[in-house]
Design a protein around this ligand. Structure first.
Ligand code: GAP
Length: 517
């Protein structure tokens, strides 16, 4: 199935099974704003717990806080967001559609990559086992032509970004004959900068009201609380402050479902270090964060690092962890070495001294910062995309049917266990409920007695429930039940008393954490 179709199906599945809904849907929705449904919120909470505990429980030098969305407007002046939190945008004069110029160019480069990959794929099929991919990539004229073209655009793109050269960004689009996907024309406006912050007013009287912003990142709440946390927690450098919270950006191009939203959630950690030690910590956090992602077992090859083409003026290193979404490798997390820019700026703009006295070095300094910043919604999307499977399975009398199954990591699954009485009589519902009454303290359980057992299995597969327990007539006599495993569909007869242990082993955060070490 084409990846675009997979993505469409995934979006439809998220809605049909209560994971994600369009915001204000009965009023035709609000662009790039989404609500999480009854299963979505459970998955999201499990992701947050995995992140929070791995940061705050497992690192004795990382503590958590929760700061407000509204902050003093001076924060955003100091951080540079008022002047420079911009995207370069371009309009097509015929369709009146607006695009991010940098995204159009990135998509153009991705097309050349895809063309080269296609040549390689074709050749691999033709030559079979004897195919030497590396040699083919180095020597095949069509592959080289596509890769050289991409490299040429890339070099111009990086230079234009670094020089903030908006005319050159437009020229790259014009020279490469990029067309608007809606009108099909090349009739472009100039490229302009567009600030992404939402603003509102605080206060009751029109002239006394203060213009404030909805935070576009959670990080600034951490920076302005650096001294509070360091002093009250008697924290010694190196140490980190973690936070989970909402962020808001008036994204121009808000497409691809929950990948790019106007209201989204971040999990950020600022790690404060001594000047000169930041690059070493940057490497350490890169490795730690990649292990955290891979521990979920969705396939190591689905992740890669992508170093930034353009470093922000305050950063001395930056990379993204990208995940292979149905629409290509995309950023899920950013890891940035932000020098002492933010704390120095807040020191200057607030007039308050923001330094740390390092007793070991016997000196005071403004700490340097390594930041890890991950979007929960993108993480959610990556997990759903990797989990979504359509499989042909045996139905009655040798027929085949399609099952849609979410092979979610069991530890993150919204519902861990469904308990299903085979029939609605003979004491089976009562026994099923008594199993839930024992296990509900440990796991999110669901009771279902409606429809055939096959249909009930399919419903649980579709929401990713890793275990189904069926209670039948034999269960009433000998306390045994059938446990069915989601991924293999294998079934096993076990005693009710064994259920807690069997399930706990598979859904344990503890086991997952061990893999992150
Ligand atoms: N404090 C640093 C910072 O905010 P960023 O790269 O702009 O860095 C970090 O954002 C992460 O937040 C991204 O890797 C992405 O996962 C998520 N994110 C950013 N903009 C988003 C949006 N419009 N919708 C959903 N997630 C977004």
């Amino acid at each position: 199935m084409a990846q675009e179709d997979v993505f469409k199906k995934l979006v439809a599945h998220c809605k049909e099974y209560g994971f994600v809904f369009q915001s204000s849907e009965i009023y035709d929705g609000l662009g790039a704003v989404y609500d999480y449904g009854q299963y979505g919120v459970e998955l999201k909470n499990n992701i947050k717990k995995y992140w929070w505990d791995s940061m705050v429980l497992l690192h004795e030098n990382v503590v958590g806080i929760d700061t407000s969305i509204f902050m003093h407007p001076a924060v955003w002046k100091a951080s540079g967001h008022v002047d420079a939190f911009n995207d370069p945008l371009i309009d097509n004069k015929d369709s009146k559609k607006r695009y991010r110029a940098d995204v159009l160019i990135e998509e153009l480069m991705a097309k050349y990559d895809a063309k080269a990959d296609k040549e390689v794929e074709k050749a691999a099929k033709r030559f079979g086992e004897n195919f030497d991919e590396a040699l083919f990539r180095q020597t095949n004229p069509r592959v080289l032509e596509n890769l050289n073209k991409k490299e040429e655009i890339h070099a111009r793109f990086v230079k234009a970004l670094n020089n903030n050269d908006l005319d050159e960004l437009k020229q790259i689009i014009v020279d490469n004959e990029v067309v608007c996907p809606v009108s099909g024309t090349k009739n472009w406006t100039d490229v302009r900068q567009f600030n992404l912050m939402f603003s509102t007013e605080m206060g009751s009287t029109a002239d006394g009201a203060l213009k404030i912003y909805l935070r576009p990142e959670t990080a600034q709440g951490i920076f302005v609380n650096f001294l509070n946390v360091q002093k009250t927690g008697r924290m010694k450098i190196p140490f980190g402050i973690a936070q989970i919270g909402k962020a808001f950006r008036n994204e121009i191009v808000a497409r691809q479902f929950i990948f790019r939203m106007r209201e989204f959630e971040q999990m950020e950690m600022q790690f404060f270090v001594a000047p000169g030690e930041e690059l070493q910590w940057f490497e350490k956090w890169k490795e730690t964060r990649m292990k955290w992602h891979r521990a979920l077992g969705m396939g190591d090859s689905k992740y890669r690092f992508h170093d930034h083409d353009k470093l922000a003026h305050y950063a001395n290193a930056a990379t993204d962890i990208e995940f292979e979404m149905p629409f290509g490798f995309k950023e899920v997390e950013g890891i940035h070495s932000r020098t002492n820019f933010d704390l120095s700026q807040h020191q200057q703009h607030s007039g308050k001294r923001i330094t740390y006295f390092d007793a070991e070095k016997n000196e005071s300094y403004v700490p340097y910062v390594v930041e890890t910043s991950i979007g929960i919604d993108r993480m959610f999307l990556s997990i759903m995309a990797a989990a979504y499977h359509e499989e042909e399975v045996e139905a009655k009398e040798g027929a085949k049917e399609m099952r849609v199954v979410l092979k979610l990591p069991p530890v993150l699954a919204p519902v861990k266990l469904a308990v299903l009485p085979l029939v609605k009589k003979d004491g089976l519902p009562e026994l099923a409920r008594s199993i839930i009454d024992t296990l509900k303290f440990d796991f999110n359980c669901q009771y279902d007695e409606k429809d055939s057992i096959g249909k009930r299995y399919r419903r649980q597969d579709a929401i990713g429930t890793p275990f189904c327990v069926t209670v039948d007539h034999q269960s009433v006599h000998d306390n045994s039940v059938t446990i069915r495993y989601r991924d293999t569909m294998e079934q096993e007869r076990v005693n009710i008393s064994a259920l807690q242990r069997i399930i706990a082993e598979k859904v344990s955060m503890r086991e997952l954490f061990k893999k992150t070490m």
